[in-house]
Design a protein around this ligand. Structure first.
Ligand code: F6R
Length: 242
């Protein structure tokens, strides 16, 4: 069963999430963190940067693995998840470049890149704490509805809804990549601890289905019901259908 923490608003969601991540980093400085992109974690990342600057929170021994990356966008592309992570977190804290892992969506052999990524996670000792967002269709990472619960890191086709949802970051929907590399649901489920964050009414239905709906591949996040240590931190709007 997932645990749910309902908070007042986005500010509080960001703070509660950052506090938990910071506490985990302090108690295990060489922690392996799984990280997400998208709009929801931005406040949490801002707070972690503040804690680094003002409270001496250090990421110098931390290893990170991002959930996903678009296929075909170079790291310099402002909408690539590489760019996002450096711009919104890594450039502002003391994480070491060699400890940062993001799937390479420009790899010549994408399947080989997916195998390499899985191997790198294993070599790092597995993910201690995975941060997740959730799509309006219940996706986690880019595991769209229909993704098998035992799926591994692989190339996936993005659903039209996800491309539309993400078009706001591009000049037009035609520029939104059609494919991505994502950790699989099986990969995510192996993280020792998971925190999923969601804000706003647009996520309410996905949250309700993920928390109390049947476990089904139609709602990828419902797989988390079987995780032994999974916490949803959500605001009142996202919790409105619970
Ligand atoms: C991002 C990711 C996605 C997002 C989800 C929610 O790395 O894997 O699953 O977490 O699409 O995105 P936002 O936070 O923009 O609503």
């Amino acid at each position: 069963m997932v645990k749910v923490l309902i908070v007042k608003n986005y500010e509080e969601l960001s703070l509660e999430t950052a506090l938990r991540i910071a506490e985990a980093v302090r108690s295990k400085p060489d922690i392996v963190l799984g990280l997400a992109t998208g709009g929801t974690p931005l406040g949490c990342y801002r707070e972690l940067i503040r804690m680094h600057r003002e409270e001496g929170l250090s990421f110098s021994k931390v290893t990170t693995f991002n959930l996903d990356e678009y296929v075909g966008l170079p790291p310099s592309h402002p909408q690539s998840y590489h760019y996002y992570m450096f711009h919104n977190l890594f450039d502002h804290v003391d994480v070491r470049r060699e400890n940062v892992h993001i799937p390479d969506g420009m790899a010549e052999d994408l399947d080989e890149e997916c195998r390499r990524y899985e191997e790198a996670i294993k070599e790092a000792g597995g993910i201690d704490l995975q941060l997740l967002g959730i799509g309006r269709n219940g996706h986690i990472g880019f595991n769209e509805p229909g993704s098998p619960f035992d799926s591994r890191t692989r190339v996936v086709k993005l659903s039209e809804q996800t491309r539309k949802d993400n078009a706001r970051f591009f000049n037009s929907i035609d520029e939104v990549p059609t494919h991505a590399i994502t950790m699989g649901i099986g990969t995510i489920m192996e993280a020792r601890r998971i925190i999923l964050i969601a804000s706003g009414e647009a996520k309410a239905e996905a949250i309700a289905k993920a928390v109390k709906g049947p476990k089904t591949v139609d709602v990828p996040a419902s797989a988390l019901q079987d995780h032994p240590d999974c916490l949803f931190i959500i605001d009142k709007e996202a919790a409105s259908l619970l």
